[in-house]
Design a protein around this ligand. Structure first.
Ligand code: 7PM
Length: 280
């Protein structure tokens, strides 16, 4: 059974794991995931834990296309480090730190983060070295790295193939930096903006998720309430729960080991059914 050692806490891939999203940003696209202060964050985390979350994902920089994305490093540190510390102390769950910055990887690992989740796959200067200096598992997500110009339209001939190749390139960069392969989790990076997918590409990626899984690494899928669901159903973020559960089930059934979501209780029920059918 594959396991990840997350700074003393263990993740075991004996069932589908659920990662709850804790956005410590004032401008997250989904209102239900915005919190102001530490007490409030701990309350939400406590509910997620009781709902069955395995991992708590803490992010201090909004990746929303065109949002106040340019959060300074000090602001991100100030927001995120106290939260990582408190979550690690108060819960048995693994605290995942959603960051691309070398300094925050370093400070976060000292504050008790059990996993690094980087939407830029350690492409920022110093990030590879900072991650290598920790023993933590790392989520490598595919994205464009740079914020695209307004009106930029991404193009792929074969999105699942090209995303898979990019991720294997990042695996190689990690190995060269001294990061062992068995610390790595791959993520195709569903979504627009700097994640670089149109709704049509997101659907193709989900359809072709088995090809990313074939690389032999654990896979994380983050699709919760994202805009491709809105594009299919013509519904705002608040009305995308049922469809988010549907795509979570598809990803889990295909073999994704970690599902990143806003709605932990509902997703845990949904993926438990997938696990039960697999075990039947
Ligand atoms: C605006 C747009 C705000 C997009 C937030 C988002 C992922 C992630 C995010 C993902 C991994 C969201 C995203 N998405 N990390 N961080 N995989 N590994 O919808 O898909 O939460 S931020």
């Amino acid at each position: 059974m594959k396991k990840l050692n997350c700074a003393g806490k263990t993740l075991t891939f004996d069932r589908t794991l659920v990662m709850g999203i804790l956005n410590i940003t004032p401008d997250s696209f989904y209102e239900g995931s915005r919190y102001q202060n530490l007490d409030q964050v701990l309350k939400v985390a406590d509910q997620m834990v009781r709902d069955g979350a395995d991992i708590l994902d803490v992010g201090g920089e909004s990746t929303r296309p065109g949002a106040n994305g340019a959060v300074t490093c000090e602001q991100e540190l100030e927001r995120v480090i106290p939260v990582v510390e408190a979550l690690n102390k108060n819960f048995d769950q693994v605290v995942s730190l959603d960051t691309s910055s070398a300094l925050i990887i370093k400070e976060g690992s000292q504050a008790g983060a059990g996993m690094i989740n980087d939407v830029r796959a350690l492409m920022r200067p110093g990030a590879l070295e900072a991650a290598a200096a920790t023993d933590l598992p790392i989520v490598l997500m595919h994205s464009l790295v740079d914020q695209p110009e307004p009106g930029f339209v991404p193009h792929y001939d074969d999105v699942a193939g090209e995303v898979g190749e990019y991720l294997l390139g990042r695996v190689k960069a990690c190995e060269e930096a001294g990061i062992s392969k068995d610390r790595l989790v791959l993520d195709p990076g569903f979504g627009g903006g700097m994640f670089g997918k149109t709704p049509a590409y997101d659907l193709q990626l989900l359809k072709g998720l088995d090809r990313v899984l074939r690389q032999g690494f654990p896979v994380l899928a983050g699709m919760s309430r994202k805009s491709f669901i809105g594009a299919v159903l013509d519904k705002p973020a608040q009305e995308r729960l049922s469809a988010s559960l549907a795509v979570a089930v598809m990803a889990a059934q295909t073999g994704a080991q970690i599902i990143r979501v806003h709605d932990v209780a509902e997703t845990v029920d949904a993926v438990r059914m997938v696990d039960a059918v697999k075990a039947a």
